[in-house]
Design a binder for this molecule. Structure first.
Ligand code: GLN
Length: 472
């Protein structure tokens, strides 16, 4: 599979047509999409027209940009002007956003060709893509297994060669976990590095948009395009983002890297073994690697399921049948709201809304929401302590490799445990990257996670690139 870096270079130089590139990816879609269901919507005609326009510009001597002719898939919670955006929920049925998300506008302006909207857990709530109202996505490495979630469609699309790059969103692990299970690179940037304008909100204090790619260099290329200040997002960091592509060859000589002890507890031995192998490889490449305790990370999962559900219960109040998508008639407006929400939301979304509403209700607010906020502060402080002595941290991404479809759907708690290693970074607002690092039983991919302090993406990418090179 050609890398995004190579595609853009060749298309810009006129050495390969964007149309040829898009046809290659559309034939991969034609070959396996019926089996994998990575997409809610394939935009074949639009992609061909977009590619032809790129080729016309190259022929006219213009430079279409750093993503010239690169096929990109978009998670279906990113607003696309005039194109259905469903969040894999019935409640958004028929809705076409009147504007593009900032990240969508940026990838288009950089010359990318949008090939489709990818399947996801409904409103990004889940770890397997089985919570989609439109049926699950399957893992390209073993279609009897899940691709992870909630951005499972984006991960599967890149792993299957349907798109060279994809965008997803990560609230508690939804980019890194499916990236690990599908054997691709996935990045959760620092909170505020990438605009959330036009990302349909799940838990606004945690949500971040980020890249999926086939290599660390491709992920850096896409992050460089989408990162940077956006006045339309009030939480956007108001300064220019440094280039991650520029530092990939810088190596890890002298970097201090801590392997997080608490995040190795209860992890499958075959996954833990790959983390140890990564630690040894980074050490051999010149970093100083040792084990470190970050004790408060053990509070993260429980704090997250209070905070994320509380924010979701508020964010999802807007889907009432009056303004967006589905409307189920009722005798009066209250009955219409109730009937619309009962019919439009799936079981997991309803569970989260009820949990969140409960945690925020009078008499319980301090015991649940307040307590979870205090735990969040402890986690931030524990990371601050660790980062006083280490430049980066190393951890697993997921406790296991991809599990079979249906294995965890009956028990939400076991499903929630899939994110035990990824959630701490969201609560702290820090960046983290999942790098494929070998295979487990049955040839299933295993990812290793590199965590960094806020806005230290360049250091994180140096280590990710070094780790990737150590496999070659
Ligand atoms: N799996 C986690 C959840 O269900 C994280 C989801 C996400 O990052 N969007 O909430």
């Amino acid at each position: 599979m050609t890398s995004a870096v190579d595609i853009a270079r060749d298309v810009r130089a006129g050495a390969r047509s964007a149309r040829d590139v898009v046809e290659t990816h559309l034939s991969a879609v034609a070959g396996r999409e019926a089996e994998l269901h990575a997409f809610n919507l394939v935009l074949a005609d639009e992609a061909r027209a977009g590619a032809d326009e790129i080729d016309r510009r190259v022929a006219a001597g213009e430079d279409p940009g750093p993503l010239a002719g690169v096929p990109v898939a978009l998670k279906d919670n990113l607003c696309t002007r005039g194109i259905p955006t469903t969040c894999s929920s019935r409640i958004l049925e028929g809705w076409r956003p009147p504007y593009d998300a900032t990240v969508v506008a940026r990838v288009r302006a950089a010359g990318a060709v949008v090939v489709g909207k990818t399947n996801m857990d409904e409103f990004a709530m889940g770890s397997s893509t089985e919570n989609s109202a439109f049926g699950p996505t399957r893992n390209p490495h073993d279609p009897s297994r899940v691709p992870g979630g909630s951005s499972g469609g984006s991960a599967a699309a890149v792993a299957a060669g349907f798109a060279s790059l994809a965008l997803g969103s990560d609230t508690g692990g939804s980019i890194r976990q499916p990236a690990a299970l599908c054997g691709v690179v996935g990045v959760k940037p620092t909170y505020g590095l990438v605009s959330r304008y036009g990302l349909v909100a799940f838990a606004s204090s945690l949500d971040q948009v980020g890249p999926f790619a086939g290599s660390v260099a491709d992920a850096a290329l896409l992050l460089d395009v989408i990162a940077g200040h956006d006045p339309a997002d009030s939480t956007s960091v108001p300064r220019p983002a440094p280039s991650c592509s520029a530092v990939l060859g810088d190596g890890v000589e002298g970097l201090r890297i801590g392997v997080v002890r608490e995040l190795l507890e209860g992890i499958d031995p075959e996954v833990a073994a790959r983390v140890s192998a990564a630690a040894a490889a980074l050490d051999a490449a010149g970093a100083k690697v040792e084990e470190v305790g970050v004790p408060a990370t053990t509070l993260a999962l429980s704090a997250y399921y209070v905070l994320a559900t509380a924010e979701a219960s508020s964010n999802l109040a807007r889907y009432d049948g009056a303004r967006y998508g589905l409307r189920v008639a009722g005798d009066d407006v209250t009955a219409m709201y109730g009937a619309t929400r009962a019919a439009g939301f799936g079981a997991e979304v309803k569970r989260r809304i009820m949990l969140g509403t409960y945690a925020l209700s009078a008499g319980y607010y301090d015991a649940y929401y307040g307590q979870a906020q205090r735990a969040r502060t402890l986690i931030i402080r524990a990371f601050d302590v660790a980062y006083a002595s280490y430049d980066l941290l190393l951890a697993p991404v997921t406790p296991t490799t991809a599990f079979p479809l249906g294995a965890k759907t009956a028990d939400p708690l076991t499903m929630y445990l899939s994110d035990v290693c990824t959630i701490p970074s969201n609560l702290a607002g820090h960046p983290a990257i999942s790098v494929p690092y070998g295979l487990g039983a049955g040839g299933l991919p295993i990812g290793v996670q590199i965590l960094a302090p806020a806005l230290a993406e360049t250091t994180m990418f140096r280590a990710a690139a070094a780790l990737e090179r150590s496999l070659a």
